[in-house]
Design a protein around this ligand. Structure first.
Ligand SMILES: [Zn+2]
Length: 84
């Protein structure tokens, strides 16, 4: 099996949708494969945090804050380009 095949099992694995046999296959693979292990941990992390976020809406000005941060970064880039 290719890593892609294992990746497709990760999400159902976290949701507890895999058979015992499939779980064993995936668990064995992530012991040998760092990439799939990272993928599994990432999806697990995101899944767990998504459940928390559902109860906790983002602040209204979240997008605005993000935007002004991005504008600042752009401004710094422009300034450094002009000064050199
Ligand atoms: Zn892999």
């Amino acid at each position: 099996m290719y890593c892609e095949n294992y990746r497709e099992m990760i999400s159902p694995y976290i949701d507890g949708m895999l058979t015992e046999n499939e779980r064993a296959i995936l668990e064995k693979h992530v012991l040998d494969c760092d990439e799939c292990k990272n993928e599994l941990e990432e999806i697990k992390f995101v899944t767990e945090h998504c459940h928390q976020l559902e109860k906790m809406p983002l602040p209204v000005d979240f997008k605005e804050q993000l935007h002004s941060k991005l504008v600042n970064i752009e401004g710094i880039r422009h300034n450094s380009r002009n000064s050199s």
